[in-house]
Design a protein around this ligand. Structure first.
Ligand code: ASP
Length: 322
């Protein structure tokens, strides 16, 4: 090799090496220990329970199930489980799903009378050959599995429903925290394994029979144990149309940080959904290294993060600032 060629080869090698080391330097330091991330302020209570489950030897799947059960069991939470806001006809219909580190998932949609749909979703995953059960079939399955039939409509939600019914029009629902409170949770255990869950009573005043993004694997929730996990909240139709959570995970697979991935999908939804300024959509994401991200269309989205032994609520950044 002549000296000029050798020089070029060596400098190319040199810059490759320094690029390699720069890249290595840019890699996030993996977070040690469990990381639990969930949507909205009630996520703090859900995270606390989820962490306790892990500390007591539960799996990361147990952690994401039991964590969100806390909110499903709370009659004062208007958008999940018992006390969830009814559809336009006054029926509480619940959607939920769960996904584990082995790419297994379970889901229920349009489920009535059972306050823990996420646990029924887990039974679908573990005790059937299927991924998703809906409506009466899901209810019958839940009863067979030992779940109790309950009245999910509370006096408070009935009163609120009557008021909303009286002022109902055809516009998209008003953007406020009360309308958007799906609990999505993604978690990583100390060994680096991921799982996620998502549970909701769906958009308030939805049409009877409407199913949102929350029980749809890839929309409301997605987990890939090689990459990361993501969950969504907000106007489910926009999330389904863009395969939201699966896209967030896919972007992380291609090198985006969880924060970048959430921002890119929210921007994409805003570009494609005509009425985007009238809806809220928010994502949370977690990668294998324990890095997290969150982003929403509207101001006001919050998330809860349990990391390094601390469990704290945070405001998310958003596309619209006011
Ligand atoms: N994503 C849920 C749905 O569309 C509701 C929400 O998070 O507000 O059913």
């Amino acid at each position: 090799m002549n000296s000029r060629r050798r020089f070029l080869t060596l400098s190319a090698l040199g810059s490759l090496t320094s690029l390699g080391s720069l890249k290595a330097l840019a890699q996030p330091k993996p977070v040690k220990g469990p990381v639990i991330l969930s949507t909205w302020n009630p996520g703090i209570r859900a995270n606390a329970r989820a962490y306790e489950v892990l500390q007591n030897g539960g799996s990361v799947l147990d952690c994401v199930e039991k964590g969100v059960n806390v909110i499903e069991n709370d009659p004062n939470n208007r958008t999940v489980g018992i006390g969830g806001f009814p559809d336009v006809e006054g029926n509480v219909t619940l959607d939920a799903c769960i996904m584990d580190q082995h790419q297994h998932c379970g889901s229920v949609a349009f489920l009535q009378h059972i306050k823990n749909p996420v646990s029924v979703a887990r039974k679908v995953m573990e005790n059937t050959k299927h991924v998703m059960l809906v409506g009466e079939g899901a209810l019958n399955f839940a009863l067979e599995q030992g779940f109790k039939k309950e009245m999910l409509l509370t006096e408070k939600t009935l009163a609120a429903w009557k008021k909303r019914k009286a002022e109902l029009d055809t516009k998209l629902p008003e953007i406020n925290v009360e309308n958007h409170d799906t609990i999505g949770m993604v978690a990583r255990d100390t060994d680096g394994n991921l799982s996620g869950s998502c549970t909701t009573s769906g958009a308030g005043m939805k049409l009877h029979g409407r199913v949102g993004d929350s029980p749809i694997i890839g929309a409301g929730l997605y987990v890939d144990n090689d990459v990361g996990a993501a969950a969504a909240t907000g106007w489910g139709e926009a999330v389904i149309e863009n395969a939201g959570s699966a896209m967030v995970v896919e972007l992380m697979r291609h090198g985006r940080s969880p924060q970048e991935a959430c921002e890119e999908i929210v921007n994409r939804i805003a570009n494609k959904f005509e009425d985007w300024k009238s809806i809220q959509v928010g994502f949370i994401a977690l990668n294998k290294a324990g890095q997290t991200g969150a982003f929403a269309i509207q101001k006001g989205f919050t998330y809860a993060l349990h990391k390094n032994g601390e469990n704290v609520g945070h405001p998310s950044d958003s596309l619209l600032k006011t």
